[in-house]
Design a protein around this ligand. Sequence first.
Ligand SMILES: [Zn+2]
Length: 68
Amino acid sequence: MPKGRAFAARLAHEISTEGKVMCPTCNTEVKKVKLIRNKKSKANTWAPKYEFKSMCKCNEKDIMAGKI
Ligand SMILES: [Zn+2]
């Protein structure tokens, strides 16, 4: 679908110039969130693991519940 791809590219450009990203699915701002989760290592110690996720209405409940 060449037309669809062209539209997506144009949209990506527009949102990058505005400095924020809108989710095309739920139409809310996609925020970068930093998640800290403990991960058990082989040495049987807990080490914090840092992750950056993009969060919007589509997945914020899952992120807050620790599912993602
Ligand atoms: Zn969304």
